[in-house]
Design a protein around this ligand. Structure first.
Ligand code: NAD
Length: 501
């Protein structure tokens, strides 16, 4: 164990790095490629959360009074600061979460893109006015900050997901409390070093490390006005209900089971690339990962051989090594859960055509590796076709027609993302019209929207009405106030009051 391994992480409260004084426990943060302990994360207590919320509330009047263009300038500085630390952030993501360094760099690029989208706040936060809603009477809607906003993040995007919320929230004049995933708390320490350096008033952004107790504290806290959550479907439901119970504004993004429909006329080479990237990128630990391929008619025969070959050729290893294409999953516990899913799929009657249960390569003994796996002959009723596995496991289901494929996709309780691979515009038109999912890719494997569009999952993949980033972010992080006004003098400056018009 190196000296750095003993580092106990601090919270960031009221503009200063602060020990989690009320923590009674701390967890190891390990590199999933090696098992090496990188640091220890405190499980903060309620008093630590109280301190962060108090700092955020105290900062609210001053921050709200900073002009909107000036708030945008701080976001420009944030963008520059994050860009200067791009590689540090990416290496941190790979080291604590496992995804390949290329994937991590792309994640950080998307994190920075969120800040760029939020820089437009002087335009996007504008209200609307209608003159003469009645004779001599005008109506206008203005937008004001909601107050203290909290975000609770998952492990799979340590850099990006907190930034689906933070830049938009503070750009709109709110103050902010972040609880990162206790599995991957290190990357946000770097992000908060950058935030610390851009001259925000103390208390505008706060970081509280912890787990379930802090989540429950956020939901119950009278000093918090809005909650953004990203994580698994059961916890999303809990957060949605808990926040509603205490009257908070809430958006809760949950789990997923994303289908990729392959039509007989698909361009097979590019389709295989799309499927492989979608299913096995980040070792399948993306909420937009494609985990079920639905082949239509003869697409199955055309697709399977090249898909199996491309999957077998993937190189599993430490994400920091340039040649690695599939890194470890986040922890040994996650690995064991995923292996159990593969066993269960096989027991239920699926055929394991690519078996990643004992991946080859130069893999550290303490690493949490599962190789890319494909199960064919899966039926829509099998648990492996219905539940989120969240690992590098792809299942293949056959359908006879596009309508049958659509019915299979729509039979899922999730509705995050889906893709269709075809050259037929008519098939695409039919599918995008009929499918019950909020994000659709056409000949694209992972159709995660860029920052300027909302991340718009449906069904059990999302609880709430306003989605993350894009125009929805400004809607979520502002309250509307509508003013109806008339003026009773003649406006000539002669003090001729009460002149009827
Ligand atoms: P998770 O639900 O286990 O944890 C998410 C957060 O909730 C963490 O901060 C954790 O501390 C907290 N938490 C966990 N259990 C809790 C409990 N019982 N009570 C209160 N708080 C609790 O999710 P995860 O494993 O970190 O992340 C993976 C999941 O997130 C997957 O299901 C994935 O699909 C989902 N996800 C969804 C999206 C999306 O946009 N819909 C994006 C990324 C990840």
């Amino acid at each position: 164990m190196s000296t750095i391994a003993t580092r106990l992480l601090d919270n960031y409260v009221g503009g200063a790095w602060t020990p989690a004084a009320a923590a009674t426990e701390a967890l190891d943060v390990a590199n999933p490629a090696t098992g090496e302990v990188l640091a220890r994360v405190p499980l903060s207590g309620r008093a630590d959360l109280d301190a962060a919320v108090a700092a955020a509330r105290a900062a609210l009047p001053e921050w709200r009074a900073v002009s909107v263009p000036e708030r945008a300038r701080r976001l420009f500085a944030l963008r520059e600061g994050l860009s200067a630390r791009h590689e540090d952030l990416a290496r941190s993501v790979t080291t604590e979460m496992g995804k390949t360094i290329g994937d991590a760099r792309a994640e950080v690029a998307r994190m920075i893109e969120m800040v760029e989208a939020a820089c437009a706040i002087p335009t996007t936060m504008q209200g609307r006015v209608l003159e003469d809603v009645s004779r001599g009477i005008d109506a206008e809607t203005i937008r004001q900050p909601v107050g203290v906003c909290a975000a609770i993040a998952p492990f799979n995007f340590p850099a990006m997901v907190p930034f689906w919320f933070l830049p938009f929230a503070i750009g709109c004049g709110n103050t902010f409390v972040l609880k990162p995933s206790e599995q991957v708390p290190l990357t946000q320490q770097i992000a908060f070093e950058v935030l610390d350096a851009i001259g925000l008033p103390p208390g505008v952004v706060n970081l509280v490390n912890g787990g379930r107790e802090i989540v429950e504290g956020i939901l119950e806290h009278p000093g918090i006005d809005a909650v953004s959550f990203v994580g698994s479907a059961p916890v999303a439901k809990l957060v949605y209900e808990g926040a509603a119970r205490t009257g908070k504004r809430v958006q809760a993004l949950g789990g997923a089971k994303n289908h990729m429909v392959v039509m007989p006329d698909a361009v097979i080479g590019r389709t295989v690339d799309g499927i492989v990237g979608s299913a096995f990128g980040a070792a399948g630990q993306r909420c937009m990962a494609g985990s079920v391929v639905v082949t239509v008619g003869e697409a199955h025969e055309r697709l399977m051989k090249p898909l199996v070959e491309a999957t077998r050729a993937l190189h599993v290893g430490d994400g920091l090594t340039d040649t690695t294409e599939v890194g470890p999953v986040v922890s040994c516990a996650a690995r064991d859960r995923i292996l159990e899913w593969i066993d269960r799929g096989e027991r239920d009657g699926a055929t394991v055509v690519v078996d990643g249960r004992a991946p080859a390569g130069d893999l550290a003994e303490g690493g949490a590796f599962v190789g890319p796996t494909i199960l064919d002959g899966v039926t829509p009723e099998m648990a492996i076709a219905r539940e989120e596995v969240f690992g590098p496991v792809l299942t293949i289901v056959r359908a006879g027609s596009l309508d049958e494929a659509t019915a299979i996709v729509n039979g899922s309780r999730f509705g995050n993302g889906t893709s269709i691979f075809t050259e037929s515009g008519a098939a695409v038109r039919r599918y995008r019209h009929e499918v019950e999912a909020g994000m659709v890719g056409v000949n694209i494997g992972v159709a995660a929207p860029v920052a300027f569009f909302p991340f718009s999952g449906w069904k059990d993949s999302f609880l709430g009405d306003l989605h993350a980033h894009g125009p929805d972010a400004v809607e979520f992080f502002t309250k509307k106030k509508t003013v109806t006004s008339r003026w009773l003098s003649d406006g000539q400056g002669h003090g001729s009051y009460f002149v009827e018009r």
